[in-house]
Design a protein around this ligand. Structure first.
Ligand SMILES: C[S@@+](CC[C@H](N)C(=O)[O-])C[C@H]1O[C@@H](n2cnc3c(N)ncnc32)[C@H](O)[C@@H]1O
Length: 228
Protein backbone atom coordinates (compact mmCIF):
# COMPACT_ATOMS: atom_id res chain seq x y z
CA UNK A 1 0.00 0.00 0.00
CA UNK A 2 1.30 3.47 -0.84
CA UNK A 3 2.14 5.64 2.14
CA UNK A 4 1.12 9.29 2.37
CA UNK A 5 4.72 10.22 1.68
CA UNK A 6 4.82 8.06 -1.46
CA UNK A 7 1.62 9.67 -2.80
CA UNK A 8 2.34 13.30 -2.27
CA UNK A 9 5.85 13.95 -0.96
CA UNK A 10 8.22 11.46 -2.50
CA UNK A 11 9.26 7.93 -1.68
CA UNK A 12 9.87 6.52 1.77
CA UNK A 13 13.32 4.95 2.27
CA UNK A 14 11.71 1.51 1.86
CA UNK A 15 10.04 2.59 -1.42
CA UNK A 16 13.33 4.06 -2.68
CA UNK A 17 15.21 0.89 -1.81
CA UNK A 18 12.62 -1.20 -3.68
CA UNK A 19 12.78 1.10 -6.71
CA UNK A 20 16.59 1.15 -6.96
CA UNK A 21 16.86 -2.58 -6.24
CA UNK A 22 14.58 -3.15 -9.23
CA UNK A 23 16.19 -0.81 -11.79
CA UNK A 24 19.82 -1.82 -11.25
CA UNK A 25 22.00 -1.08 -14.33
CA UNK A 26 19.20 0.88 -16.03
CA UNK A 27 20.14 3.72 -13.66
CA UNK A 28 23.14 4.38 -15.91
CA UNK A 29 21.12 5.38 -18.99
CA UNK A 30 20.15 8.81 -17.66
CA UNK A 31 20.91 10.76 -20.85
CA UNK A 32 20.63 14.20 -19.19
CA UNK A 33 23.24 13.71 -16.45
CA UNK A 34 26.60 13.56 -18.27
CA UNK A 35 27.25 17.28 -18.75
CA UNK A 36 26.46 18.08 -15.13
CA UNK A 37 28.69 15.25 -13.88
CA UNK A 38 31.56 16.48 -16.10
CA UNK A 39 31.10 19.99 -14.69
CA UNK A 40 31.24 18.62 -11.14
CA UNK A 41 34.55 16.95 -11.95
CA UNK A 42 35.87 20.15 -13.49
CA UNK A 43 35.14 22.17 -10.33
CA UNK A 44 36.06 19.63 -7.62
CA UNK A 45 39.84 19.24 -8.00
CA UNK A 46 39.61 15.49 -7.36
CA UNK A 47 43.30 15.08 -8.21
CA UNK A 48 44.22 16.79 -4.93
CA UNK A 49 42.00 14.51 -2.78
CA UNK A 50 43.38 11.62 -0.68
CA UNK A 51 39.99 10.36 0.48
CA UNK A 52 36.57 10.46 -1.20
CA UNK A 53 33.19 9.51 0.32
CA UNK A 54 30.12 9.01 -1.88
CA UNK A 55 26.57 9.02 -0.50
CA UNK A 56 24.20 6.98 -2.72
CA UNK A 57 26.90 5.51 -4.99
CA UNK A 58 24.40 3.62 -7.19
CA UNK A 59 26.01 1.28 -9.73
CA UNK A 60 29.42 2.85 -9.14
CA UNK A 61 29.61 4.62 -12.48
CA UNK A 62 30.87 7.91 -10.96
CA UNK A 63 33.31 6.02 -8.71
CA UNK A 64 34.77 4.25 -11.76
CA UNK A 65 35.10 7.56 -13.60
CA UNK A 66 36.91 9.07 -10.59
CA UNK A 67 39.17 6.09 -9.83
CA UNK A 68 39.97 5.46 -13.49
CA UNK A 69 40.69 9.04 -14.56
CA UNK A 70 40.81 11.64 -11.80
CA UNK A 71 41.94 10.32 -8.40
CA UNK A 72 45.57 9.87 -7.47
CA UNK A 73 46.86 6.30 -7.01
CA UNK A 74 46.88 6.68 -3.21
CA UNK A 75 43.37 8.14 -2.88
CA UNK A 76 40.82 5.97 -1.05
CA UNK A 77 37.14 5.76 -2.01
CA UNK A 78 34.14 4.67 0.11
CA UNK A 79 30.58 4.59 -1.22
CA UNK A 80 27.36 3.76 0.60
CA UNK A 81 23.87 2.97 -0.67
CA UNK A 82 20.59 1.56 0.65
CA UNK A 83 20.06 -0.71 -2.37
CA UNK A 84 21.52 -4.24 -2.32
CA UNK A 85 21.44 -4.39 -6.13
CA UNK A 86 23.36 -1.13 -6.40
CA UNK A 87 25.97 -2.25 -3.86
CA UNK A 88 26.45 -5.55 -5.72
CA UNK A 89 26.92 -3.75 -9.06
CA UNK A 90 29.19 -1.13 -7.51
CA UNK A 91 31.33 -3.73 -5.72
CA UNK A 92 31.80 -5.64 -9.02
CA UNK A 93 32.90 -2.44 -10.71
CA UNK A 94 35.32 -1.50 -7.96
CA UNK A 95 37.15 -4.87 -8.13
CA UNK A 96 40.11 -3.33 -9.96
CA UNK A 97 40.69 -0.95 -7.04
CA UNK A 98 39.69 -3.24 -4.13
CA UNK A 99 42.81 -2.35 -2.14
CA UNK A 100 41.52 1.22 -1.68
CA UNK A 101 37.87 1.37 -2.80
CA UNK A 102 34.78 -0.19 -1.23
CA UNK A 103 30.99 0.04 -1.34
CA UNK A 104 28.80 -0.66 1.68
CA UNK A 105 25.13 -1.33 2.22
CA UNK A 106 23.47 0.93 4.79
CA UNK A 107 20.01 1.00 6.35
CA UNK A 108 18.00 2.93 8.88
CA UNK A 109 18.06 6.64 9.67
CA UNK A 110 20.80 8.65 7.94
CA UNK A 111 23.94 8.50 10.03
CA UNK A 112 27.41 7.90 8.61
CA UNK A 113 29.63 5.55 10.58
CA UNK A 114 32.85 7.56 10.15
CA UNK A 115 34.94 9.74 12.48
CA UNK A 116 34.83 13.54 12.23
CA UNK A 117 37.21 15.33 9.85
CA UNK A 118 38.16 12.24 7.86
CA UNK A 119 37.43 12.96 4.16
CA UNK A 120 38.66 15.43 1.53
CA UNK A 121 35.57 15.11 -0.69
CA UNK A 122 31.91 14.27 0.02
CA UNK A 123 30.15 13.40 -3.23
CA UNK A 124 26.46 12.83 -3.88
CA UNK A 125 24.99 12.88 -7.38
CA UNK A 126 21.24 12.72 -8.04
CA UNK A 127 20.41 11.56 -4.51
CA UNK A 128 19.45 14.67 -2.49
CA UNK A 129 16.63 15.29 -5.00
CA UNK A 130 14.91 12.14 -3.78
CA UNK A 131 15.31 12.72 -0.05
CA UNK A 132 12.92 14.60 2.22
CA UNK A 133 14.08 18.04 3.36
CA UNK A 134 14.81 16.60 6.79
CA UNK A 135 16.96 13.80 5.40
CA UNK A 136 18.80 16.27 3.14
CA UNK A 137 19.59 18.34 6.25
CA UNK A 138 20.91 15.19 7.94
CA UNK A 139 23.10 14.35 4.94
CA UNK A 140 24.52 17.89 4.82
CA UNK A 141 25.14 17.83 8.55
CA UNK A 142 26.95 14.47 8.31
CA UNK A 143 28.89 15.72 5.27
CA UNK A 144 30.06 18.73 7.28
CA UNK A 145 31.02 16.52 10.22
CA UNK A 146 33.07 13.97 8.25
CA UNK A 147 34.77 16.44 5.88
CA UNK A 148 38.15 17.80 6.92
CA UNK A 149 38.26 21.58 7.39
CA UNK A 150 38.27 23.01 3.86
CA UNK A 151 37.11 19.65 2.43
CA UNK A 152 34.76 19.89 -0.51
CA UNK A 153 31.06 19.00 -0.71
CA UNK A 154 30.43 17.92 -4.34
CA UNK A 155 26.74 17.70 -5.25
CA UNK A 156 24.67 17.29 -8.40
CA UNK A 157 20.88 17.33 -8.05
CA UNK A 158 17.86 17.88 -10.22
CA UNK A 159 16.76 21.49 -10.02
CA UNK A 160 14.42 23.99 -11.67
CA UNK A 161 15.66 25.44 -14.93
CA UNK A 162 15.29 29.10 -15.86
CA UNK A 163 14.49 29.06 -19.60
CA UNK A 164 10.79 28.83 -20.58
CA UNK A 165 11.29 25.28 -21.91
CA UNK A 166 13.15 24.13 -18.79
CA UNK A 167 10.46 25.70 -16.57
CA UNK A 168 7.83 23.76 -18.52
CA UNK A 169 9.76 20.49 -18.12
CA UNK A 170 10.25 21.16 -14.37
CA UNK A 171 6.52 21.85 -13.95
CA UNK A 172 5.62 18.63 -15.80
CA UNK A 173 8.15 16.70 -13.70
CA UNK A 174 6.61 18.08 -10.47
CA UNK A 175 3.16 17.00 -11.65
CA UNK A 176 4.43 13.46 -12.24
CA UNK A 177 6.24 13.49 -8.88
CA UNK A 178 3.10 14.60 -7.05
CA UNK A 179 0.87 12.13 -8.88
CA UNK A 180 3.18 9.07 -8.92
CA UNK A 181 6.65 9.62 -7.38
CA UNK A 182 7.62 6.07 -8.33
CA UNK A 183 7.51 7.01 -12.04
CA UNK A 184 10.33 9.52 -11.51
CA UNK A 185 12.31 7.40 -9.05
CA UNK A 186 11.13 9.64 -6.20
CA UNK A 187 13.20 12.53 -7.61
CA UNK A 188 12.05 16.13 -8.05
CA UNK A 189 13.76 19.51 -8.68
CA UNK A 190 15.37 20.94 -5.51
CA UNK A 191 17.76 23.79 -4.68
CA UNK A 192 20.54 22.48 -2.46
CA UNK A 193 22.72 25.60 -2.77
CA UNK A 194 20.03 27.75 -1.17
CA UNK A 195 19.77 25.44 1.82
CA UNK A 196 23.50 25.61 2.70
CA UNK A 197 24.26 27.44 5.95
CA UNK A 198 26.85 30.14 5.06
CA UNK A 199 28.38 29.76 8.55
CA UNK A 200 29.24 26.15 7.72
CA UNK A 201 29.80 26.19 3.95
CA UNK A 202 31.66 28.47 1.58
CA UNK A 203 30.39 28.01 -1.96
CA UNK A 204 33.14 27.39 -4.50
CA UNK A 205 30.81 26.81 -7.45
CA UNK A 206 27.04 26.74 -8.01
CA UNK A 207 25.55 26.56 -11.50
CA UNK A 208 22.56 25.12 -13.34
CA UNK A 209 23.22 22.96 -16.39
CA UNK A 210 20.35 21.85 -18.61
CA UNK A 211 20.14 19.03 -21.11
CA UNK A 212 16.97 18.09 -23.03
CA UNK A 213 15.06 20.56 -20.83
CA UNK A 214 16.07 18.77 -17.61
CA UNK A 215 18.12 20.97 -15.28
CA UNK A 216 20.78 19.94 -12.77
CA UNK A 217 22.43 22.00 -10.06
CA UNK A 218 26.20 21.51 -9.86
CA UNK A 219 27.42 22.58 -6.44
CA UNK A 220 30.84 22.58 -4.80
CA UNK A 221 31.24 24.07 -1.30
CA UNK A 222 34.06 24.04 1.25
CA UNK A 223 33.41 22.94 4.84
CA UNK A 224 34.06 25.88 7.13
CA UNK A 225 35.14 24.75 10.60
CA UNK A 226 35.99 27.51 13.00
CA UNK A 227 37.79 26.61 16.20
CA UNK A 228 35.48 26.63 19.22
C1 LIG B 1 19.07 8.36 -8.75
S1 LIG B 1 20.16 7.18 -8.03
C2 LIG B 1 21.74 7.95 -8.28
C3 LIG B 1 22.87 6.98 -8.20
C4 LIG B 1 24.26 7.56 -8.47
N1 LIG B 1 24.63 8.53 -7.46
C5 LIG B 1 24.30 8.15 -9.86
O1 LIG B 1 24.46 9.38 -10.00
O2 LIG B 1 24.19 7.38 -10.82
C6 LIG B 1 19.88 7.42 -6.30
C7 LIG B 1 20.69 6.43 -5.43
O3 LIG B 1 20.57 6.84 -4.08
C8 LIG B 1 20.38 5.68 -3.28
N2 LIG B 1 19.73 6.10 -2.03
C9 LIG B 1 18.47 6.54 -1.85
N3 LIG B 1 18.25 6.85 -0.56
C10 LIG B 1 19.41 6.62 0.09
C11 LIG B 1 19.84 6.73 1.46
N4 LIG B 1 18.99 7.15 2.41
N5 LIG B 1 21.10 6.38 1.77
C12 LIG B 1 21.96 5.95 0.83
N6 LIG B 1 21.62 5.79 -0.49
C13 LIG B 1 20.37 6.13 -0.84
C14 LIG B 1 19.54 4.77 -4.18
O4 LIG B 1 19.56 3.43 -3.76
C15 LIG B 1 20.20 5.00 -5.53
O5 LIG B 1 21.29 4.14 -5.75
Amino acid sequence: METEQARGRGLTAADAKRFYDSIGKKQDVQFYENRALSALIAFSDFGAARSVFEFGCGTGRFAVELLGKHLSADCTYRGIDISETMIRLCTERLAAWNDRAKAELVSGPISIDTPDNSYDRFVSTYVLDLLSERDTERVLSEAHRILKPGGLLCIVSLTRGDTPFCKLVSAAWMKLFTFKPYWVGGCRPVDVGKSLDPNRWEKAHDEVISAFGISSEVLAARAVKREA
